[in-house]
Design a protein around this ligand. Structure first.
Ligand SMILES: *[C@@H]1O[C@H](CO)[C@@H](O)[C@H](O)[C@H]1NC(C)=O
Ligand SMILES: *[C@@H]1O[C@H](CO)[C@@H](O)[C@H](O)[C@H]1NC(C)=O
Ligand SMILES: *[C@@H]1O[C@H](CO)[C@@H](O)[C@H](O)[C@H]1NC(C)=O
Ligand SMILES: *[C@@H]1O[C@H](CO)[C@@H](O)[C@H](O)[C@H]1NC(C)=O
Ligand SMILES: *[C@@H]1O[C@H](CO)[C@@H](O)[C@H](O)[C@H]1NC(C)=O
Ligand SMILES: *[C@@H]1O[C@H](CO)[C@@H](O)[C@H](O)[C@H]1NC(C)=O
Length: 442
């Protein structure tokens, strides 16, 4: 190190050392800021460097980094939306390589490296990103490789397999605890139904929604709870609410409404939006994660706001009568999100506590993903709606894909020690927050 440089640095701050700034009346300005947030997000990604594993963020904890396997998949989804909504393809090559590399030997987003952190929802996050690729006509892989639509179908086939549904609580998708995981297969079902016009997917979406209401994961006030323990047949609901759970159901309902034009789905969308606005935008229309924001958030929880905003934007597009409401919330939230991006060495990195009005010193990939999500969501309505097989979608499907996934008991034998590790040490390894909550209430 050259000592004089060290002394020079504080005297001559770099030109780029300025807070993130956006003129919210200008789409070009929003785009430019989103590009900066994306660029800073990608500094956490090293999977395209020699000797690194493509597709994943550094992790999983406790060694190696903060991020579980699923978060890489989620990041590619955020970047696909970013590309689709802004037109900036800077990150498309990394996205393409990352998604395909993690497709795994059976082309179903299962591979043994990550079996420890392979919950249904973890796998579903990768599938959802593959679905975005299909719905945006992202570059199709050559025929011998996995195909976007077929990847999503593979995950769907595996998650609707009887082996993962052992009768617990009626219809739940099992993963230690029965959690909102069915929410993910519901959403994948909804999107596959719209894309392929195959009503088997629609039937599953309807059954899953009805089940979620029957076990009161969704209540009359449109609260969306995180899960329940299978040992008492899901009668003791964990009354914790996370924004992405409500967001999953909202986006799924939007696909179902767009596909069916059935008023019942529009009513559900509007009900869910009532709940979302009340619970997750409690003040001044700024996204807030009530379950952890007053206390400690896990690395997983630090990503949820961005998903919520992106999925709300899909809703605005697929159910146009909601767009004013959704975009009003998106704008107020985006302004608060940007105002606290004053951190890091470049002076424009983002924290998590948007409504606090100031940078909270919490840097990370999730924080960047959230702000990327809300900024790019502001541009969503200018982009084309998700394509389907009948409206120009080119991705090749395979209704029989997948089904090679072993039951969990074979995938990795979970001993009591491992379970405690999953619950206590790594907190949200398995099903984001739900498994850990199951441990807390036990
Ligand atoms: C992506 O990769 C292709 C082929 O390897 C290359 O031609 C193209 O320039 C790359 N695009 C970007 C934006 O890096
Ligand atoms: C699995 O781990 C090995 C060893 O680290 C690595 O070489 C390989 O690329 C990984 N595969 C996937 C799909 O992550
Ligand atoms: C468990 O819950 C499901 C769904 O609510 C219900 O259909 C089933 O009858 C319940 N089983 C028992 C043993 O109570
Ligand atoms: C479905 O989405 C498209 C694209 O935004 C929109 O034009 C159409 O009106 C939507 N369908 C319904 C039933 O709202
Ligand atoms: C998708 O569309 C193509 C023609 O564009 C058609 O040949 C194919 O059967 C369709 N697939 C499904 C599942 O409907
Ligand atoms: C519709 O999806 C189901 C479930 O994957 C599959 O069994 C069936 O063959 C599909 N139908 C068509 C026409 O592709």
């Amino acid at each position: 190190m050259i000592p004089s440089l060290v002394y020079l640095l504080p005297l001559y701050p770099l030109a780029t050392q300025a807070a993130l700034e956006v003129d919210f009346g200008s789409k070009a300005s929003i785009k430019q800021a989103a590009a900066q947030v994306a660029e800073d997000l990608l500094t956490y990604y090293h999977g395209d460097e020699p000797g690194q594993i493509p597709g994943i963020l550094p992790g999983p904890p406790p060694d190696g980094g903060d991020y579980y396997w699923w978060e890489g998949g989620a990041m590619w989804g955020a970047l696909l939306d970013y590309w689709h909504w802004t037109g900036d393809d800077t990150f498309n090559n990394k996205t393409y390589q990352g998604l395909l590399f993690q497709a795994g030997p059976n082309k179903d987003f299962v591979n043994n490296n990550w079996s420890f952190s392979l919950g249904n929802d973890d796998q579903a996050f990768w599938a959802m990103s593959a679905l975005i690729a299909a719905e945006t006509n992202f570059k199709d892989p050559p025929p011998e490789e996995a195909q976007w639509l077929a990847l999503a179908q593979a995950v769907w086939n595996e998650q609707t397999d009887d082996r993962l549904r052992d009768g617990g609580c009626g219809f739940g998708l099992r993963w230690q605890a029965v959690s909102l995981n069915p929410g993910f297969s519901y959403k994948n079902s909804a999107r596959l139904a719209r894309y392929t016009k195959n009503d088997t997917y629609l039937d599953w979406s309807i059954r899953t929604w009805d089940w979620l209401v029957a076990v009161k994961y969704i209540d009359k006030e449109w609260n969306v709870y995180d899960g329940a323990d299978i040992s008492n047949n899901c009668t003791e609901i964990v009354k914790q609410q996370f924004s992405y759970n409500a967001g999953v159901l909202l986006q799924g309902a939007a696909y179902l409404y767009n596909y069916t034009s059935d008023q019942i789905w529009l009513d559900r969308i509007n009900g869910l939006l009532d709940g979302i606005e009340r619970v997750f935008f409690p003040e001044n229309g700024i996204a807030y994660e009530p379950a952890c924001e007053g206390g400690v958030c896990t690395a997983d929880m630090l990503t949820y706001k961005g998903f919520l905003h992106r999925w709300m934007a899909y809703t605005a597009q697929l159910a146009p009568t909601t767009s004013d409401r959704v975009m009003r919330l998106t704008m107020s939230s985006a302004k608060a999100a940007v105002a606290q991006c004053t951190g890091g060495t470049n002076g424009r990195r983002c924290g998590f506590h948007w409504s606090s009005g100031k940078f909270d010193n919490l840097l990370g990939a999730g924080q960047q993903m959230n702000v990327l999500g809300v900024l790019s969501a502001l541009l969503a309505l200018d982009a084309t709606a998700p394509v389907t097989n009948g409206t120009g979608g080119t991705s090749k499907g395979d209704p029989n894909a997948g089904s090679s996934r072993s039951p969990y008991s074979e995938l990795s034998t979970i001993t009591t020690g491992d379970r405690a590790g999953a619950g206590i040490v790594t907190v949200a390894a398995i099903t984001l927050a739900s498994a850990s909550l199951w441990w807390m209430i036990k």
